[in-house]
Design a protein around this ligand. Structure first.
Ligand code: GDP
Length: 328
């Protein structure tokens, strides 16, 4: 069972689980649009949809419905990936962020606590819990000092997962994920915003890209590798928390250079700064130490920033060309 199955990580994890012969259930929000772009290939596969992949309507705060679905489906593993995950947006909508990211996790833990057959539980936590940390790089023991509403909500949820593991014996794990991107990344995150713009500029459809602060450093990895680690976490003999990261900090300028470099352009000719995209406060030195994941899960992030940017630009160029078949 996955919450957030329509998101970047949910769609990769669903594909990986189906390849491993799982039956996959996903909780989806009821909206008027039934477009679920990231799940489209699975949705249109008649061997998969409604045979090995099932979607159920439930909002994260609808505990009655979620309980009913969990009682009916009796999952062995529950991956909790849903939540308002945009840090910038969390300053605009802090209550919604805390309601879904923080309380949503607690509500799920409460339901699981009462189930006779308790699934193994994975919560996708975030490097944002460390905020402005004392230690660089950070590991599972680093103190949480969140500086964004999203980080505060994730800290609450991460601590609740630990508490339910320690106090109620749940097999509950936190995957403390550093930024992980892909061709399926939401379009408002900086990497995807950049690669979409690079595709558009390289095809002559756009001249400028407006961004906020370029000073941030991020530890950017490739999303499908991170969902693989999440699965491995639930196959361990004991529940635990793991940092998932590349261990390499890159600046936004590095990502710009890699993305524009993929089409032989110089980013400095196209990027403008716009105060609209500046945030009231920023995390600074987030870079993760994934030594424990390597030792216990046999996991390391392998995709480099250059490769990540190249893949994302290539995919955006393909999508744009398909959307404008007469122009290209
Ligand atoms: P997250 O904040 O680490 O979850 O990921 P984002 O991709 O949203 O932002 C990464 C960094 O890019 C942050 O330091 C942002 O302030 C910076 N940034 C600069 N310009 C932009 C922009 O236009 N959009 C977004 N989302 N981030 C930007």
């Amino acid at each position: 069972m996955l919450t957030g199955i329509t998101g970047q990580d949910g769609s990769y994890l669903a594909e990986q689980l189906l390849k491993r012969d799982y039956i996959v259930h996903g909780l989806v929000r009821r909206t008027s649009s039934t477009q679920r772009v990231r799940l489209a290939p699975l949705f249109h596969d008649s061997e998969v949809y409604d045979k090995r992949l099932f979607l159920h309507y439930a909002d994260l705060d609808d505990t009655t419905t979620i309980r009913r679905i969990l009682l009916k489906t009796e999952p062995d593993e529950l991956y909790h990936l849903a939540g308002q995950s945009h840090v910038g947006a969390s300053f605009e909508i802090p209550e919604t962020t805390c309601q879904f990211t923080g309380m949503g996790t607690l509500k799920l833990l409460e339901i699981v606590r009462d189930l006779a057959k308790k699934p193994r539980f994975l919560h996708i936590s975030s490097s944002e819990i460390f905020g402005r940390p004392d230690d660089v790089p950070q590991n599972e023991e680093t103190a949480m000092r969140p500086v964004t509403p999203y980080g505060v909500a994730k800290s609450f949820a991460t601590n609740m997962v630990r508490l339910y593991r320690d106090s109620f014996g749940l097999f509950a794990c936190n995957a403390i994920c550093y930024n992980h991107e892909s061709e399926r990344r939401g379009e408002s995150f900086v990497t995807r915003k950049i690669t979409k713009a690079v595709a558009s500029i390289s095809l002559g459809l756009q001249d400028k890209l407006k961004l906020g602060s370029l000073d941030g450093l991020r530890d950017w990895g490739y999303a499908p590798e991170y969902t693989e680690a999440m699965w491995r976490m639930l196959q361990q003999p004991e529940p635990d928390d793991y940092v998932l990261a590349t261990g390499v900090a890159n600046s936004i300028r590095d990502f710009l250079a890699a993305a524009f470099g993929a089409v032989d352009l110089d980013w400095q000719n196209y990027v403008e700064q716009d105060p609209r995209y500046m945030r009231p406060s920023e995390v600074t030195q987030l870079v993760g130490d994934a030594a424990k994941a390597k030792a216990k899960l046999g996991w390391t992030a392998t995709t480099t920033l250059q490769e990540l940017a190249r893949r994302m630009v290539q995919s955006d160029r393909e999508q744009l060309s398909q959307a404008n078949p007469t122009r290209f």
